[in-house]
Design a protein around this ligand. Structure first.
Ligand code: ADP
Ligand SMILES: Cc1cn([C@H]2C[C@H](O)[C@@H](COP(=O)(O)O)O2)c(=O)[nH]c1=O
Length: 227
């Protein structure tokens, strides 16, 4: 797709090409956040390709992974990595892009969790890791801001049950606690992996009304802080 802003960018190189990633635990409210900002003009919103993860050529790697993580974890995570990369490299057609999660959280949070919990065999993790390292070394994946929706695992557990996605019915609270801890170590405590962009933390245990209020309060920081 043609980059419609390229003539202007030669005059002003920093011209508002702003890529931000809402990140957070499962059912923390990322999609709801994206839906809210999608009403703003000149923003492109890329939701997570969960429908692909639930149906690739008639197969459901997400469902298979939750049923038998040791057998299907690599299958799912390989496909998540591919579909995330595909989204990262899409040419931008608006000055601001919000992309739900990233190739980074797929690896640093979900693949890591499978491996650390003993559910991904070492060889699977090694192969996935080599793919990941090759990608981030050879393909530019620019990110300007991470918006971390910080929730308690308990809140996510309640929202997850309310959303009631068939594949996720087997998820226990402990799984959300592990994902939460990995996110906190990565984005808050800086204890695990390199963080690819500055992080804006938004407390996200609140009801929808308060969340929308917080999004408005942070609108400038979220959308255009660099311009
Ligand atoms: N602030 C909120 N308070 C209560 N329920 C919420 C809130 N934000 C989202 N939800 C609900 O929680 C569920 C998960 O939200 P969603 O935006 O899909 O999360 P994510 O995309 O992070 O998985 C949905 O049913 C959604 O309607
Ligand atoms: C990135 C990623 C996601 N998943 C799983 C976790 C959830 O069940 C869905 C995503 O839904 P959400 O409501 O947007 O959190 O996909 C995974 O297993 N591995 C991954 O890398």
């Amino acid at each position: 797709m043609e980059d419609v802003f390229s003539p202007l960018r030669s005059v002003c190189p920093s011209l508002c090409m702003w890529k931000l990633l809402p990140e957070g635990n499962i059912a923390s409210g990322k999609t709801t956040c994206l839906e809210y900002f999608s009403k703003t003009s000149d923003i492109e919103v890329l939701t997570e390709p969960v429908s692909k993860w639930r149906n690739v050529q008639g197969c459901n790697p997400l469902g298979l992974m939750y049923q038998d993580p040791s057998r299907w974890g690599l299958t799912l995570q390989t496909y998540v990595q591919l579909t995330m990369l595909d989204r990262h490299v899409l040419p931008m057609s608006t000055p601001v892009r919000m992309m739900e999660r990233s190739i980074y959280s797929a690896k640093y949070i979900f693949a890591e969790n499978l491996y650390k919990s003993g559910k991904m065999p070492e060889v699977d993790f090694a192969v996935l890791s080599e793919w990941f390292e090759w990608i981030i070394k050879n393909i530019a994946i620019p990110v300007d801001l991470i918006v971390y929706l910080q929730t308690s695992p308990q809140t996510c557990y309640e929202r997850l049950k309310q959303r009631c996605r068939e594949e996720e019915k087997v998820i226990p609270l402990e799984y959300l606690e592990s994902i939460h801890n990995l996110y906190e170590d990565w984005l808050i405590h800086h204890k695990s992996f390199e963080v690819p962009a500055p992080v804006l933390v938004i407390p996200a245990d609140h009801d929808l009304k308060k969340m929308l209020h917080q999004y408005e309060e942070n609108r400038e920081k979220i959308l255009m802080a660099h311009c």
